[in-house]
Design a protein around this ligand. Structure first.
Ligand code: PBG
Length: 336
């Protein structure tokens, strides 16, 4: 007698995938990917002053911190086990100019923050962004001549900016500018200055994305940006081009590569990780954070679950880690 004869509703199935999902212990046992505190990099916005904690309107729960408060929060993040922070300055508008001169000032906000963080929390890695947009009056990542962001001249400045940051104690230089040849130039400049051990995490595949809007609010470039960044950041339509960009950055000495934005580009993260087997990071950018928070604040999404699921998705896609504004909260949850 077959099953079907004894009960018309019972299927004869050899494989029942639900068996492995029937209990928490079993789900844990067969789980393929996990999110760990060690996967998290926390991007931190900096502002001048003392005791300042200015909310970023389009990013609920995110603040621009003066160095003293940034150091406090970063000490706490280090205690939770967050391995690294990435620093982004909101430069005083009066200090921004056509050529981004403050980018090379060893007393700029990022350099001072770097020294303060290394002194207070030597166990956490400090990542500094190499690009000129926080320092230019026009909001572009490079030097503007007419209506062109000139590549080679910009690269020369970026290499000096990287050395300035390394002198301030930066552990990882993260060029986010998308100029051609910048990784090689930065590696050579760092080595020449004696910083052979300073790492490079390149924003290798960085797309011209609408999802950076809230970030530009945070660093104060939204209103000043002249035009857009499509002549240097990648076209969202392209995949193979991302692989070529990553190949170039690795050839030129990148230790780690990044794909940005994150969630809309999981396919790119996956292909990069599978193709190169190099440490590949995802940046869950400001707009992705804003979307989750906006829906959660409206009661349309469960904030914690959406946060954790979005972060795990990067691991599943093959990322070694994630830059995320959720880092301190996710770390606290993972520690519970
Ligand atoms: C700029 C830079 C951007 C981000 C990191 N570095 C924005 C841009 O390219 O305009 C975006 C990060 C985010 O949206 O969270 N060099």
């Amino acid at each position: 007698m077959t099953d079907r004869e004894t009960s018309p509703t019972r299927l004869t199935l050899i494989q029942r995938p639900r068996r492995n999902r029937k209990s928490d212990w079993s789900r844990r046992l067969v789980r393929e990917n996990t999110l760990d505190v060690s996967d998290l990099i926390w991007p931190v916005f900096l502002t001048e002053g003392d005791g300042r904690r200015d909310p970023v309107g389009s990013m609920p729960g995110v603040f621009r911190l003066s160095i003293d408060l940034a150091v406090q929060s970063i000490v706490e993040a280090a205690a939770l086990g967050v391995p690294a922070v990435a620093l982004f300055p909101n430069t005083d508008p009066t200090l921004r100019d056509e050529t981004a001169s403050v980018a090379l000032d060893p007393e700029n906000l990022v350099c001072r923050a770097c020294r303060a963080i290394k002194a207070a929390a030597p166990e956490i890695g400090v990542i500094t962004d190499v690009a000129l947009d926080p320092y230019t009056s026009h909001g572009h990542d490079g030097i503007l001549r007419g209506d062109e962001i000139v590549n080679d001249e910009t690269v020369a400045v970026l290499a000096q900016q990287a050395v300035t940051q390394a002198r301030a104690g930066s552990d990882i230089i993260a060029p986010s500018d998308m100029m051609d040849g910048r990784v090689g130039a930065i590696r050579a400049a760092l080595d020449a200055a004696g910083f052979q051990n300073v790492q490079i995490m390149s924003y290798a595949a960085k797309y011209a994305s609408a999802f950076y809007g809230p970030f530009r609010d945070a660093i104060g470039t939204n209103k000043t940006l002249r035009g857009d960044k499509r002549a240097y950041q990648m076209d969202p339509a392209n995949t193979d081009e991302a692989l070529r960009e990553v190949a170039l950055d690795l050839e030129q000495g990148a230790d780690m590569v990044m794909v940005k934005p994150g969630m809309p580009y999981l396919d790119i993260i996956h292909r990069v990780a599978e193709t190169f087997h190099a440490p590949t990071f995802a940046y869950q950018v400001s707009g992705e954070y804003a979307m989750i928070m906006a829906a959660a604040r409206n009661g349309w999404l469960d904030e914690e679950r959406a946060m954790m699921e979005s972060l795990l998705a990067f691991k599943r896609a093959g990322a070694a880690g994630v830059l995320t504004y959720f880092a301190p909260r996710a770390a606290a949850l993972l520690r519970e």
